[in-house]
Write a protein that binds this ligand. Structure first.
Ligand SMILES: Nc1ncnc2c1ncn2[C@@H]1O[C@H](COP(=O)(O)OP(=O)(O)OP(=O)(O)O)[C@@H](O)[C@H]1O
Length: 264
């Protein structure tokens, strides 16, 4: 078995996600053009970049939804193609309007996130308690029997996050969790994330702007045209100035500026 290269991993830290020279195409278009990215245990990493820079494709490649044309991905030190322990990972996809028409209750949707831990597809008492806990975490305890089709966009997003949390994952991957979410729900999501981080969960977040979760972010990786153009401290300018149309310039090294063009 070939071991993934771990060139960017600090010594002593355990890699949870490693992408090495990852290349992927959608249709005939090369979307990832040699991405190196490592997330170690307990880290909270934001994946940033302009629309179309490849952020969603990168996280979808990590969970095996987009095949690589070249390079390697490993999860918890195991090559992706051999990896089977999906209950260790919670994934919140980018929101689509199609998701809101599901005729199911909040508890049913969140329960589906626990099935990866259930034996023979049946939820035990422990499983059901974990589902209820996940619903409580996102502040929807009193709505568990409500249909998800009756929820606002922000509440719906909270359900998707509860679904990801139901398996008590060690790694949480979220694609634009705050997009289109009302301020009250943003606050609840930030609190939920803070609790997960405090409990040691490793987190990879696709974001457009850091906003309320900026204090939680250990490291930011910025993609441009399918390549990593920054991997280090979160760009300070983002929280205040990440408005559509801005091309961001912020300090990179002492005497060097980095133009991220995050939203252009
Ligand atoms: N099925 C597809 N076929 C061809 N091209 C696609 C397909 N899906 C996405 N793309 C293109 O691939 C590029 C990368 O898309 P991706 O969704 O990864 O970017 P992103 O950085 O997540 O952008 P956004 O912030 O808009 O979500 C975009 O230019 C997009 O138009």
């Amino acid at each position: 078995m070939t071991q993934p290269r771990e060139a960017t991993v600090p010594s002593g830290s355990e890699p949870v996600i490693s992408l090495c020279g990852a290349r992927a195409s959608l249709g005939s278009r090369p979307v990832l053009r040699g991405v190196d990215l490592t997330v170690t245990r307990g880290e909270v990493v934001a994946l940033l970049g302009a629309n179309g820079s490849g952020k969603s494709t990168a996280v979808r490649a990590v969970i095996g939804q987009v095949p690589l044309t070249d390079g390697e991905i490993a999860l918890f030190g195991t090559e992706l193609r051999r990896f089977r322990q999906w209950s260790r990972i919670g994934y919140v996809p980018q929101r689509t309007t199609a998701a809101s028409g599901v005729p199911a209750t909040i508890r049913e949707v969140v329960s589906s996130g626990r099935l990866s831990r259930a034996r023979l597809g049946r939820l035990s008492r422990v499983d059901r308690a974990a589902v209820d806990h996940a619903i409580e975490l996102v502040g929807l305890g009193d709505r568990a029997k409500d249909s998800v089709s009756a929820l606002s966009g922000g509440q719906h997003q909270r359900v998707l996050i509860a679904r990801a949390l139901a398996s008590e994952p060690e790694l949480l991957i979220m694609d634009e969790p705050m997009a289109g979410v009302d301020l009250a729900s943003q606050g609840i999501l930030a609190d939920t994330l803070r609790e997960q981080v405090a409990a040691g969960t490793t987190v990879l977040l696709v974001l457009h702007e850091l906003g309320a979760i900026e204090p939680l972010i250990d490291r930011a990786v910025v993609l441009r045209d399918g390549c990593v153009v920054h991997d280090g401290p979160p760009p300070k300018a983002m929280g205040q100035h990440a408005l559509p149309g801005h091309d961001h310039v912020h300090p990179h090294a002492a005497d060097e500026s980095l133009r991220t063009g995050l939203l252009t």
